[in-house]
Ligand binder design. Structure first.
Ligand code: GLU
Length: 419
C-alpha cells in the first residue's frame, strides 16, 4: 500500500512490472523507477458567486526529475485523486522518453465538477491552483499543460497568475496557451492530428484503403474531435461518436466539421440530432476499421477486449486499456493492431515541447514547420516500436514502454545516486 494505491495507480504499477520483468530489472531498481519523486497536495479556497467560500483539493505529481524539467497536463474533473494523477504522471515519463523529449513526467489535477462552477468561479479556481503551485513549478522545473477539463483559457490564466508574481510575462511556464498569448500554431490540433497520422501509418501497413474505411470515436473533447476530423479528412467515414452526454451513429458517416462547430458552440454533442442517437455503452464494440478511445482510463477491460470489432485500436486517451484487456489483445494481435497510448497521443506533448522551445527563444514557427516536425518524431517512435516488437517478439505496448523505461533507467544509472 502507498498513498497512491487505487485502481489507476495499481494499473500503472502492473504495466510497469510487465516491462521490468521483460527487461530483467532487479527489484531495488524498480522502486526507484516507478515511485513518484514528489507529490504536492494543496487546498484551493475560492469565493463562490453567492459570497460563500468553497475549498477544492488540488494535486501535482512530479514523477522523475532525472531527464530535465517535468511536463504534463492539469485535469479538472470529479474523478481526480492523488493515485490517478500519479499514474498519469508515470505514463507521461514513459511517453516523453519514448519520443525523445528532455522531460520527466508530471500531472496535476483538481477534484471538481465543472458543471457546478460559473465562468468566474472557474477563473478563480484556476488562478488559485496555480498560485498554490508557484513554489513547486517553473519553466525549468515543471511545465503544465491542458488535460481533461482544462483548455487554452485556463492555461492563459495559469500563465498570467505566475507572471504577475514574477513581475514579468513568463510564457514558458505552461504550454497549450492561446496563440496570441505565447502559444504555438498547431498545439490545439496536435494530439488529435497525431492520432490520425499514426492510424494512417497503420492503415498503410495493413493495406486498408482510407476511402473505404470506417472509424468510431469515444470522446469528443479536444483530442477526440481533432482525431475524428483528421480521419474524416483522410476519407474515412466516422460512423459513430460519443461523449459524456450520449452517442451518435450514422452508417453514411457523420458530418464531423458540422459536429465540431456544434460541440464548440454548445459544449457537447447533445442536441446535434435526435435521429442518430444510440446507446453510448455500445460505442467501443461497434464494428469498424479504426477505433479511437479518446475519453478516460480503463474503459476497455477484459470482457470488452474480447468483443472489440476493430482492426486498429488507436489509444488517444491515457490508459484506456486495462492489463487484463492487454492479455486479450495479445492473443488477438493478428486481428487488432494496437497503437499504445504513450505513442498514440504523444503528438500533444511533442507540440507542447515545441511551444516551450519557441517561448524560450521568442522565435515562432509556421504551422507547417510544427506539423512536419511533429510527424517526423511520431514516425521515428512508431518505427522504433515496430523494430522492438520484431526483435523481442513482444506486444506493441510492451515494446513502446520498454523503449521509454530503458532510456530512463540508463539516465538514472549513468547519473548515479546522490550523494
Ligand atoms: N495532457 C496531455 C497528455 O496527457 C498533454 C501534456 C503536455 O502537453 O504537456 O499527454
Amino acid at each position: 500500500m502507498t498513498v497512491y494505491s487505487g485502481p489507476v495507480f495499481d494499473m500503472a504499477a502492473k504495466q510497469f512490472n510487465v516491462i521490468a520483468d521483460h527487461l530483467g530489472i532487479p527489484g531495488d531498481e524498480r522502486e526507484r523507477l516507478l515511485m513518484p519523486k514528489r507529490a504536492i497536495t494543496v487546498s484551493c479556497p475560492i469565493h463562490r458567486d453567492d459570497g460563500t467560500i468553497a475549498v477544492f483539493e488540488g494535486y501535482r505529481v512530479q514523477h522523475l526529475l532525472t531527464m530535465g524539467p517535468t511536463k504534463g497536463g492539469t485535469r479538472f474533473a470529479p474523478s481526480v485523486d492523488i493515485g490517478e494523477v500519479a499514474a498519469l504522471a508515470i505514463w507521461m515519463s514513459w511517453k516523453c522518453a519514448l519520443v525523445g523529449l528532455p522531460y520527466g513526467g508530471a500531472k496535476g489535477g483538481v477534484t471538481v465538477d465543472l458543471s457546478k462552477l460559473s465562468p468566474r468561479e472557474l477563473e478563480s479556481l484556476s488562478r488559485r491552483y496555480m498560485q498554490e503551485m508557484i513554489p513547486f513549478v517553473g519553466p525549468h522545473t515543471d511545465v503544465m499543460a491542458p488535460d481533461m477539463g482544462t483548455n487554452e483559457q485556463v492555461m492563459a490564466w495559469f500563465m498570467d497568475t505566475y507572471s504577475m508574481y514574477q513581475g514579468q510575462t513568463v510564457t514558458e511556464i505552461v504550454t497549450g496557451k492561446p496563440v496570441f498569448s505565447g502559444g504555438t500554431l498547431g498545439r490545439r490540433e496536435a494530439t488529435g492530428r497525431g492520432v490520425a497520422h499514426l492510424a494512417r501509418r497503420v492503415m498503410d501497413v495493413l493495406s486498408i484503403d482510407p476511402g473505404k474505411a470506417t472509424a468510431v470515436i469515444q470522446g469528443f473533447g479536444n483530442v477526440g474531435s481533432y482525431a475524428a476530423l483528421g480521419l474524416h479528412q483522410m476519407g474515412l467515414k466516422v460512423i459513430a461518436v460519443s461523449d459524456h452526454t450520449g452517442a451518435l451513429h450514422d452508417p453514411r458517416g457523420l458530418d464531423i466539421p458540422a459536429l465540431m462547430t456544434h460541440a464548440t458552440k454548445h459544449g457537447s454533442i447533445a442536441g446535434f440530432s435526435t435521429e442518430l442517437q444510440f446507446d453510448p455503452k455500445q460505442i467501443l464494440t461497434f464494428a469498424c476499421d479504426v477505433l479511437v478511445p479518446a475519453a478516460i482510463e480503463r474503459v476497455i477491460d477484459g470482457p470488452t477486449a474480447e468483443k472489440l470489432k476493430c482492426r486498429v485500436l488507436a489509444e488517444a486517451a491515457n490508459g484506456p486499456t486495462t492489463p487484463e484487456a492487454d492479455l486479450v489483445l495479445e492473443r488477438r494481435r493478428d486481428e487488432i493492431f494496437l497503437i499504445p497510448d504513450i505513442l498514440c497521443n504523444s503528438g500533444g506533448v511533442v507540440v507542447s515541447y515545441f511551444e516551450w522551445v519557441q517561448d524560450l527563444q521568442q522565435l515562432f514557427w509556421e504551422e507547417e514547420e510544427v506539423m512536419r516536425r511533429e510527424y517526423q518524431i511520431l514516425d521515428r517512435a512508431f518505427h522504433t516500436m515496430l523494430a522492438r516488437v520484431k526483435a523481442d517478439n513482444i506486444s506493441h505496448r510492451t515494446a513502446a514502454m520498454a523503449v521509454g523505461v530503458e532510456k530512463v533507467r540508463a539516465a538514472k544509472n549513468t547519473r548515479g545516486l546522490f550523494p
